[in-house]
Design a protein around this ligand. Structure first.
Ligand code: ADP
Length: 599
């Protein structure tokens, strides 16, 4: 019989697996057992609508010292020939891509990643799989001695389900593979890795696992490592979770939840490819692997499961989406998770900030989307950088406001340093005001959506009504504006369509000029919007603000508008303002020529 080849990426992984010097070989058992358990989950679910498929669920372990084989048998859903071909001949898992990227840098990855079925080759030089799909008559045998390929042929396997026979490698200086045939080794490994598996794992006449699902246990009864192991197994992460939320919720609707916050955002998290969702169980039976309806988008980074006896087992996926109980769980869960986040923020600031660096944008989106429908529920979970060089919540900002300070001030820019260097910011910092530094494209949109916090308005430092200026200064400014009205209108004439207005400001101290916007779209928002397709024509109403007390303006004002220098100075000031705002200049060659001319 001709051998079939593994798909290219599987072959690569297999090579790694077989030749790996990885020491933690024992995880093969955990991987294979969890496949058995998944397969039983599937048949269990099928049996709900087809009673003839019901059985007494179990996973059997049978070591045979004389044949040097370890056999695992489950009475799960089994596989058809095609499924064997597809599932065992390739690695279909989404983690594969990530694996391939990381493989070069981290040798230990094989053990950290759930690489599933292939891990059998870490301990076996030959693997034989017999399987009969539930409800089918034919059984098939799959066999492989490693990277050179595999065979599939019909066979007479009488039971429904799957049997995997591992022909263990000969002992060598690296590893005594024969130990995986000893009862005490197997018992230890099952206790360590698979204790929470919900079906009995039987060796001889003994059941090795305690079978209480992890999420039914109290959080205090479960070790941190157990949660971490469960998380890594189930969600194919190689890092421990950053946080575990576990609870039994009782009330209008009863459910257990076990939810994890990953340490790092998956590489595709902020893309359309990412699929959010929690696994949904009913009374311990898996109904749906990834139920998107259980999580709002802004908490989509969380992984985990919900188990509720209140959900009807016989429900189809289409109906599930409309199910009232499911809606009720989703509502309750969202609230619960928000309050867990709030607790986290209070009790472990450093950990929360680390999480926020990964998923903060997701939370901000939550406050923004649907016209801010959830902004009040989410606003206290948000953090923003502040001019005091730390991250602050709105509440912390409000508590630190100076006497007489009415508004919450913010400024946008690429970094806190760049924002603190903005000319408009200087007078605020001089007064001892803290400034929220908006660094992400989405930030200003979120702030505008939230509008105010605790009655305090969010005001941009670029806003002409920002109150850093006293009434006295305002009066003085009005007078100067009158005095210089001719100069200002000449400047505006020269700049033409580039600006909506040129005016004097009392808000600048050492800087000569700044650029602000007179419309609802700020310069920073314009940058974000411009990066999106279909945004032509969207622009901020630019205003060039000039510091009347700056020597450059004093010089300009002494010139006759007919003097060529008047136009040169005006353009130089305008371009300087663009550069300060990190905006592109209109014509860099012309600007360069102008600078040289002015020397
Ligand atoms: P994963 O379990 O992450 O999908 P594996 O490499 O462990 O990846 O397994 C690949 C696939 O092979 C499984 O998804 C499943 O469809 C099938 N499979 C593996 N073991 C069994 C089993 N004992 N019974 C039925 N199907 C199995």
């Amino acid at each position: 019989m001709a051998k079939k080849q593994f798909k290219a990426e599987s072959k690569k992984l297999l090579d790694l697996m077989i030749n790996s010097i990885y020491t933690n070989r024992e995880i093969f058992l955990r991987e294979l057992i969890s496949n058995c358990s998944d397969a039983i989950d599937k048949r269990h679910f099928m049996s709900l609508t087809k009673a003839s498929l019901a059985a007494e669920w179990k996973i059997l372990l049978a070591p045979d010292e004389s044949a040097r084989t370890l056999t695992l048998t489950d009475n799960g859903c089994g596989m058809t020939r095609e499924e064997m071909e597809n599932n065992l001949g390739t690695i279909a898992r989404s983690g594969t891509r990530e694996f391939k990227e990381k493989e070069k840098t981290d040798e230990n990855l094989i053990g950290q990643f759930g690489v599933g079925f292939y891990s059998a080759f870490m301990v076996a030089d030959k693997v034989t799989v017999y399987s009969r799909k539930a409800g089918e008559n034919e059984a098939y045998k799959w066999e492989s001695e490693g990277a050179d390929g595999y065979t599939i042929a019909p066979c007479d396997y009488a039971d429904t389900g799957t049997q995997i026979v591992l022909h263990l490698k000969a002992d060598d200086e690296d590893c005594a593979y024969g130990e995986f045939l000893h009862e005490h080794t197997l018992t230890r490994l099952i206790k360590k890795y698979s204790d929470y598996i919900r079906y009995p794992i039987v060796l001889g006449d003994k059941t090795l696992n305690s079978m209480v699902p992890l999420w039914r246990k109290r959080k205090s009864e479960v070790k941190k490592e157990e949660y971490a192991q469960f998380y890594k197994d189930k969600f194919f992460d190689y890092l421990d979770p950053a946080q575990v939320f576990a609870a039994q919720v009782e009330g209008n609707i009863n459910y257990s939840m076990l939810v994890f916050v990953p340490e790092r955002a998956p590489f595709d998290y902020y893309t359309r490819d990412y699929k959010k969702g929690l696994s949904l169980y009913s009374g311990g039976v898996l109904i749906m692997e990834q139920c998107g309806d259980l999580l709002p988008d802004y908490l989509g980074f969380m992984k985990g499961l919900v188990d509720s006896a209140d959900i009807s087992l016989n429900i189809s996926r289409e109906l599930l989406q409309k199910d009232r109980q499911l809606r009720a769980i989703a509502v309750s869960l969202e609230k619960k998770l928000r309050s867990e986040l709030a607790k986290w923020l209070k009790s472990d600031r450093e950990g929360y900030e680390k999480m926020y660096a990964q998923f903060g944008n997701s939370l901000k989106m939550g406050a923004y989307e649907n016209f801010g429908a959830k902004k009040d529920e989410i606003k206290d979970l948000l953090l923003f950088a502040s001019s005091a060089d730390k991250q602050v919540t709105f509440a912390e900002y409000a508590a630190g406001m100076k006497e007489g300070q009415e508004n919450i001030y913010y400024a946008s820019g690429p970094s806190v340093e760049a924002i603190k260097a903005l000319p408009q910011v200087e007078v605020f910092l001089d007064k001892g005001y803290e400034i929220l530094c908006l660094k992400d494209g989405i930030d200003e949109f979120v702030i505008k959506m939230i509008e105010n916090y605790d009655g305090k308005k969010f005001v941009s430092v670029a806003d002409k009504d920002a109150d850093a200026v006293t009434d006295e200064q305002k009066a003085e400014l009005e007078k100067k504006t009158e005095d210089y009205s001719a100069t200002l209108s000449e400047m505006k004439e020269i700049l033409g369509a580039k600006v909506k207005d040129v005016r004097l400001t009392a808000r600048l101290k050492s800087a000569a000029v700044c650029l602000t916007s007179d419309s609802d779209i700020s310069l920073e928002m314009e940058k974000v919007l411009r990066a999106m397709p279909g945004s032509e024509g969207i622009s901020a109403a630019r205003v060039l603000e000039v510091n009347p007390d700056h020597p450059s303006f004093a010089r300009l004002a002494t010139l006759e508008p007919s003097d060529g220098k008047f136009a040169d100075y005006t353009l130089a000031l305008y371009n300087a303002a663009l550069l300060q705002e990190n905006l592109p200049v209109d014509d860099s060659a012309a600007l360069a020529a102008l600078l040289i001319k002015l020397l």
